[in-house]
Design a protein around this ligand. Structure first.
Ligand code: FAD
Length: 339
């Protein structure tokens, strides 16, 4: 008999706000597809879980993005995010359907919701992960043990965490770590409607007013081309910004540049900044500290400019130029535009 009888499939929490689904849900579904494909003998499926109100019509979008099934909990109490009602509903879904693993985006909402649900279920949770694999040595015994990796000790080490004794294996995963497959409108899947049984409909917390954050400047996580400024480019930031714009992209920065007061925290890339995966990342005067690399290593193409030939950034770059940013970046820009 399998160790965790009745537990099956990889579930993904599909976060939405006002009916708009956050990309991280689709990134996790795409990754979950790869994970289930790596354990064909277990016959696992990818299941999306969508909570909210008047969101049932979104289920087909979730299927188009790779879910085999979508469990929809559409209830007036889930109109806006409420820790209490979301945690209640999600706990019931998990107790009813017994997912083998449950993945949530490490967003503000996900970081609030997932630990609460894990505590109610007495399930293990790995927070803020950047990589997920399945231990292939256990598959023969019918077990899909997740190996979940996350930065630790200030980003200087990566720890791989397992939850061998409880199900579901829960994890929150940073947005932008995994790529999102293109949707296929022709995919078919099953939509299951779940009606929660509320034991207490009295809200413990009432949200009086929502003030939307005014986003100043650009959202670097959406940019296709990023030109990253490090401390070595602090004396030519205007030029770096201008090059970024000429290439149709945005400028981002290392923490050193932010800490030195030359850039806003909103454009910081890295472990304590944003995770980005543009098609092109040009690292200018960035040493390649692991905390920075953690936020940009998944970029499709990395070009590094650094005057130190031993700089760590070269070890992850697809192409590198040893020299001064001020001399090389303008030439590189011309080459890219001409290409
Ligand atoms: P430096 O390390 O000072 O490197 C500057 C580089 O520029 C050098 O390699 C130098 O050779 C080169 N250079 C100098 N002049 C030129 C020139 N004219 N032309 C070409 N090259 C030149 N960092 C982040 O970026 N993001 C994070 O999210 C982040 N989170 C952190 C979290 C923790 C808990 C800790 C402890 C640290 C974190 N850091 C983060 C800081 C990180 O460890 C590094 O200190 C930082 O990334 C260094 O930034 P830098 O490469 O721009 O600067």
């Amino acid at each position: 008999m399998a160790k965790f009888e009745g537990y099956k499939d990889i579930y993904v929490f599909v976060e939405q706000k006002n009916g708009e689904i956050a990309n991280v849900g689709y990134e996790l579904i795409s990754e979950a597809r790869k994970l289930v494909a790596s354990i064909p003998s277990l016959g696992f499926q990818v299941v999306g879980v969508l909570l909210g109100h008047n969101i049932t019509d979104k289920a087909n979008e979730v299927i188009a993005h790779g879910a085999d099934k979508v469990i929809v909990v559409d209830d007036a109490l889930l109109e806006g995010y409420s820790t209490q009602f979301y945690a209640d509903a999600l706990t019931q879904v998990i107790l009813t359907y017994k997912p083998d693993s449950f993945l949530t985006g490490a967003t503000v909402l996900g970081r609030d919701l997932a630990p609460r649900v894990a505590a109610r279920l007495n399930a293990g949770l790995t927070a803020d992960a950047t990589k997920i694999e399945i231990d292939q040595t256990k598959v023969e015994d019918g077990e899909a043990l997740l190996l979940v990796t996350r930065p630790t000790f200030g980003g200087n080490l990566f720890g791989t965490i397992i939850c061998p004794n409880t199900r579901p294996q829960m994890a929150t995963i940073r947005p932008n770590v995994f790529s999102m497959d293109a949707p296929d409108a022709g995919r078919s899947g099953e939509v299951i409607t779940f009606t929660p049984e509320w034991t207490d409909t009295d809200p413990k917390v009432v949200v009086k007013k929502v003030i939307e954050k005014v986003v100043e400047g650009v959202d670097i996580t959406k940019a296709d081309i990023l030109v990253g400024a490090g401390r070595g480019a602090e004396d030519c930031l205007d030029m770096v910004k201008a090059v970024a714009e000429e290439l149709g992209g945005e400028m981002c920065a290392s923490r050193a540049v932010v800490d030195d007061g030359f850039a806003d925290k909103s454009i910081q890339v890295g472990q304590t900044g944003k995770t980005v995966r543009p098609s092109l990342y040009i690292a200018c005067g960035i040493s390649g500290a692991c905390q920075h690399v953690a936020g940009m290593e998944k970029s499709d193409m990395i070009i590094a400019i650094n005057r130190d030939p031993q700089a760590e950034i070269f070890s992850i770059a697809n192409m590198g130029f040893v020299g001064d940013v001020k001399e090389i970046l303008p030439l590189l820009k011309e080459e890219i535009i001409a290409a």
